[in-house]
Ligand binder design. Structure first.
Ligand code: GLC
Length: 634
């Protein structure tokens, strides 16, 4: 080691020591509130030793990045970020194929990638890789570890942020711990929630909701070889980890760092609401789950402070924001969370053509802490759940049950007049509960419009696609586009022919990237090029407007027009008003109302996206079907 690099190593070790000193009291109070039992105290020093070992293993280049990021502060709130989510194999074969497409991301303006799981998994059903056989071995179908490391290095050099999943709640039944548990090793049976008979499982199941009721009913699976029941909240082959065992905490911290050390910048904490189980509760969002996430966060803060966490908590709006940390834990849990409420509300507004539930929910749900940010998305690889607050639906004079039935009918083929083409997911005929699957374009009417060769409907569907994306690009947070939606890809029904996928309709919204369509973007004018170019324009503009950094919350402005959604972004210096018409008819806003929210049309205001002057007639601002404006200035 040269003198200079030795100096650097000492300094970075010293920084580790300082971070530990700063955070040790919170780490120990979290640890001992989760593990108050005497026999678990001896694991605390083991945890501290492990933290140091893991720090020493972190590559120097990443340690340097950690220090740089600490100086920048909340880098994840920047307006410069725009993300895309993709399955590496469905996008372009493998890691090498992904690497080849870096120019494609650059062209669209994507600089944040969520790569779906790429580590080893069981052959056959594996929930798209969410049943993990390993947390760090790259599955051969994607390439090698060496290739992935080269890719992360290249991504870093291009300032491309990488997000990968940490499937923190469960492993597959082929994971090495599960195998040892099956072979009868008690130590590993205690890594999971396993029981010799039905007594405890029955007690749990009295209150545990089913996640996949249609395909994986119940929350326990009997393993014949082990002669025990094991908790499986998701699929029968996904075994829930037992975090009441501190050995699991330490082993999973190591797995988390193994992932981070490959050059992952954002770790998606999968299904984190489920981490702590307690008989008599629904075992979701428990205070202990929050403490545990915070404990992971604080350990990471000491070992690799440049790495941040995304909460995958698709839960009720009031519960989502708790994952940013509440009370003493504020700012000490996840930096980022999915804005699942906004996502579900946008789909509600599309179906109802009204914005009342959207406004009500946004105005009446407590806002997130300032240091956190959202992933804003219109859909992801999963289903769209109808997670609205029932009280808000009732306040609008609707019955929550009937309203949800209307939405399922609207999106899943129950209404002839609906332009949407989606499928039901986990529909339960007993109580009418269900969720929706479908690609953005198919849910927004493009598939039907193309089938009917109806030009107006095609134009309308394209406008809807751009409008919803325009909202997530301007709302505040990291916009995340699902790969394929940028060219309006339709539902992929081939999943019905795949034995391992046919019972999981989420595969309908995971189409393989259509490179043929991409190759024609420049030469052919069609719906794909309109969507791609429209998105590209908005992404470019987003990056030029510092007002879109998530430093102050969007201000919603309800008007007397029930079809229109208006919010304002301001940073004290600049202002942008984002206006969307959720109706298929032209809608109007009166100038006197625009004045009240600070828009002065007499100043020759323009829509930033098209550069066109606002359409004003008889003191009314006109918005055509699904028109979406970014009004700049004021
Ligand atoms: C998350 C993933 C989903 C998966 C589940 C179980 O919700 O997004 O795809 O099925 O976790 O791992």
């Amino acid at each position: 080691m040269t003198k200079r690099s030795k100096k650097y190593v000492d300094a970075s070790h010293e920084a580790f020591g300082l971070r530990l000193a700063t955070n040790i009291s919170l780490i120990s109070s979290l640890y001992f509130s989760l593990y108050p039992e005497k026999e678990k105290a001896s694991y605390f020093p083991k945890l501290l030793d492990k933290m140091e070992q893991l720090f020493l293993k972190r590559p120097e280049e990443l340690k340097e990045l950690d220090l740089k990021r600490a100086k920048v502060g909340n880098w994840y709130q920047s307006e410069q970020l725009t993300g895309m989510q993709l399955y590496v194999d469905r996008f372009n074969k493998d890691i090498k194929g992904l690497d080849e497409k870096l120019p494609y991301f650059e062209e669209l303006g994507i600089n944040f990638l969520h790569l779906m799981p790429i580590t080893t998994r069981p052959s056959g059903e594996n929930d798209g890789g969410y049943a993990v056989n390993s947390y760090h071995k790259i599955d051969a179908r994607y390439g090698t570890r060496k290739e992935f490391l080269a890719f992360t290095k290249k991504a870093r050099s291009k300032n491309m942020i990488l997000m990968l999943d940490f499937v923190v709640n469960h492993t597959s039944d082929e994971f090495e711990w599960a195998k040892k548990a099956i072979a009868g090793e008690e130590k590993y049976q205690n890594y999971y929630h396993t029981y010799p008979d039905r007594q405890i499982p029955d007690a749990f199941e009295k209150t545990l909701p089913e996640i996949f009721p249609a395909t994986a009913p119940g929350s326990f699976t009997y393993n014949k070889s082990m002669e025990r029941w094991v908790m499986t909240c998701f699929n029968s082959y996904q075994w829930d980890l037992n975090y009441t065992n501190p050995e699991i905490l330490i082993a999973m911290l190591e797995n988390l760092l193994n992932l981070a050390n490959m050059g992952v910048d954002v770790v998606r904490f999968d299904a984190l609401a489920f981490l702590w189980k307690k008989i008599g509760t629904i075992s979701q969002n428990l205070p202990e789950a929050h403490q545990l996430v915070s404990l992971f966060r604080m350990c990471l803060q000491v070992i690799a402070p440049g790495v941040i966490l995304l909460a995958e908590a698709i839960v009720a709006p009031r519960n989502i924001i708790k994952y940013f940390g509440e009370g003493l834990l504020e700012g000490n849990e996840c930096e980022v969370a999915y804005n699942a409420s906004l996502m579900a509300l946008l789909w509600n507004s599309i179906a109802t053509k009204k914005t009342s539930l959207l406004y009500k929910s946004l105005l009446e749900t407590p806002s997130k802490p300032q240091d956190g940010t959202w992933i804003n998305y219109i859909r992801c690889h999963d289903d769209i759940g109808l997670g609205y607050d029932d009280d808000f639906i009732r306040d609008l004079g609707l019955s929550p049950r009937e309203h949800r039935k209307f939405l399922l009918d609207y999106y899943c083929g129950g209404l002839d007049w609906s332009p949407a083409k989606g499928l039901l997911f986990m529909y339960n005929p007993k109580n009418g509960d269900g969720r929706i699957t479908g690609s953005a374009a198919s849910l927004l009417g493009l598939e039907k419009a193309l089938e009917q060769k109806d030009k107006n409907s095609i134009t309308e569907a394209v406008a809807k696609i751009l409008m919803l994306h325009g909202i997530i690009l301007s709302y505040g947070g990291i916009p995340l586009i699902y790969a394929g939606d940028e060219i309006g890809m339709l539902n992929d029904y081939t999943f019905l022919e795949n034995e391992d996928h046919k019972d999981d309709s989420r595969w309908v919204n995971r189409p393989k990237q259509d490179w043929e369509a991409v190759n024609k973007l420049a030469s052919k004018k069609n719906h794909a090029s309109s969507i791609f170019n429209g998105l590209k324009k908005m992404i470019q503009l987003r990056k030029k407007l510092p007002v879109f950094a998530d430093v102050s919350p969007p201000i919603t402005h309800p008007s007397s027009n029930p079809h229109i959604f208006v919010f304002e972004r301001t940073n004290g210096k600049d202002r942008v008003w984002v206006i969307s018409n959720f109706d298929e008819n032209t809608q109007f806003l009166h100038v006197s109302w625009l004045f009240t929210i600070g828009i002065h049309p007499e100043n020759n205001l323009k829509d930033g996206i098209t550069g066109k002057k606002l359409k004003l007639e008889r003191n009314l601002l006109q918005l055509s079907a699904y028109e979406h404006l970014w009004i700049m200035g004021g």
